[in-house]
Design a binder for this molecule. Sequence first.
Ligand code: ZN
Ligand code: ZN
Length: 337
Amino acid sequence: MKCPTCNGNCVLPAESVLDELFGIYMACGSCPPDPLFNKNTPFKEHIDKNSGRCPNCKKRHIDYVIGNVLSLLKEKGFFPGDASLREVGTPLIAVGFQIPYPPRLGEDSLVLVMDSVTGELAADIVRTVPEIKGVIKRKGSQSQSIGILDTGSTPHTYEMLAGCDMRCDIVASSFGELCIYKNQSKIHIEFNNTKIAKIEELYFKGELDNSSVVDGFCGPGTLGLLAALGGAKKVIFNDAWLPAVRNTILNINANSGILGLKMELETPDYDTLIGDEPVLLAKAGGTSEILVYHGDIKKLKSAVDGCDICIIDTFPSVNPAVFIHHCREIAKKVVVI
Ligand SMILES: [Zn+2]
Ligand SMILES: [Zn+2]
């Protein structure tokens, strides 16, 4: 698979990612001990691209990587000499999952979200710090969701300044795992695991088995793909935000081995950013039947009806109540995540 953003090797089939997962961020027997840097006090070390690197596995502790970025920013006069590691930004590991220890990072394994950076510096960071695969500039406050709140709203996105912003999160449920890719400058950064519990609840009640499910605000496709994994025979994805729909389609492809799916239709030449009337952008078949729409949930009824469950997962600042009656028109049961 080719990464649709950088045309590189950022996107692997989910089975390959899951196979490698166990050791991906683990120290080897030759790795030097943790550096024990204080992240909140002025950082005085000078870190270059070789500092702290293991001679055997070539990985290094995340604090060396961030320290390398900070040393570069200080060298260029962009950050003051007394800046701390914490001020550099928010590091997102390229393959995200819960790890109980600080990660040891290999090449191209970190996407860095920064509040303060220029395009030129971002390019310098990606060029000189081998572990950094992409630099994103945050716009607005940390709590503001990325994407669109409703079809009438202006999109809020971060800016990808250098490298590639494609990364994935491992979605672990009691009935299996998936690997969900996202363009992190255009898709909401998610830390919430309770959503998975709601799908597990449907699974344990037997409600997913042979069901038809609408994932009404699908984002990168997490909940709908989980429903397919949990036994839904038909899943209809919808989102009004084109980058989300594109990521859903990518995730159907990336997880097709696990889900027993084969893509039957894809529409690459389509570039309306915010959807209105539903447009079918992809279709897959196999173990489940999958349809992917770009459109406004309020109009989805013209393409979809008679489903069993409609899942609605809006952004935290949006009241899902305004969408519920539209969802009732297309599905018997509405589940607000
Ligand atoms: Zn890429
Ligand atoms: Zn090592």
